[in-house]
Design a protein. Structure first.
Length: 123
């Protein structure tokens, strides 16, 4: 009977290990999530950030903003299947900066705005 018990536990353990290594880790429960690989860098600091936006019928537009003059629009919409976006950002001057990811949804004619942000310190 112990052999059967171990046999039953192994597939469950294997499923847990495999699921922790799967690409589903990139999912988020937030309407929008910004992931920055570094929070400190040297000027001129350039990097790729990742933005996660789950598919949702109310999604209308999204963007990443990293300075007064620099931003990138993300191709989201009600029928978009892409949930992970890579955005090159950079050329930061020395100092502290904030990168924003913003999502606009429309429900019953009313707009809802969601955001996530990350801080960077540039030396």
């Amino acid at each position: 009977m112990q052999t059967r018990s171990v046999g039953r536990q192994f597939p469950i353990l294997a499923a847990i290990v495999v699921s922790s290594l799967s690409p589903w880790q990139a999912k988020t429960s937030k309407p929008i999530e910004l992931r920055v690989p570094l929070h400190q860098c040297v000027s001129p600091c350039e990097m790729n950030v990742t933005v996660l936006i789950p598919t949702h019928p109310d999604n209308r537009s999204a963007s990443v903003v990293w300075s007064y003059n620099d931003s990138a629009e993300l191709p989201v919409g009600a029928n978009n299947d892409q949930v992970e976006f890579t955005v090159p950002i950079g050329k930061f001057d020395k100092g502290d900066h904030t990168v924003y990811a913003v999502l606009v949804r429309e429900r019953n004619g009313q707009q809802e705005t969601f955001q996530d942000s990350q801080h960077l310190s540039v030396r």
